[in-house]
Design a protein. Structure first.
Length: 141
């Protein structure tokens, strides 16, 4: 399993957690559980209800939307983060390309962290707003 520092390093590189203090990242790390999945394992299945997000600690994950590859993720990347905010359907499928070590964070525990540190909510909303602006520029000019 990943060391505490390795987990914190990976969490600090996740754009959703950009600018969080070490103390805040420790709270997020404690809210999650480390799991190991073998190559070929489906982590997320497009269309299914989401209840957790996964931070890649080790290994590679392929993300496909409508059976078309859209990304390859590695250590420090996150998949399924929208599920931390709602129980909507997954927008893509994620499969372990290699054996993977993941930090899984469910919505209930993540919300507990937000209740402990309300300022994190503002930081996350700013990150999500930035993503929406980027998508708007890409598609609308």
């Amino acid at each position: 399993m990943a060391s505490k520092q390795t987990k914190l390093d990976h969490l600090s590189s996740v754009s959703l957690f950009n600018g969080f203090s070490k103390k805040d990242l420790e709270k997020i790390a404690k809210a999650g559980d480390e799991i190991v999945m073998t190559a070929g394992t489906v982590i997320i299945d497009q269309g299914q209800t989401g209840r957790e997000a996964f931070v890649v600690l080790d290994g590679q994950v392929t993300v496909k939307r409508n059976n078309r590859k859209i990304a390859t993720l590695g250590p420090g990347d996150v998949v399924g983060e929208l599920a931390l905010f709602d129980h909507g359907p997954r927008t893509a499928t994620a499969v372990c390309e290699t054996d993977c070590e993941l930090l899984v964070i469910d919505q209930r525990h993540f919300r507990g962290v937000l209740e402990q540190v309300p300022a994190l909510t503002t930081k996350i909303l700013a990150e999500l707003a930035g993503r929406i602006r980027d998508m708007d520029r890409q598609y609308c000019g």
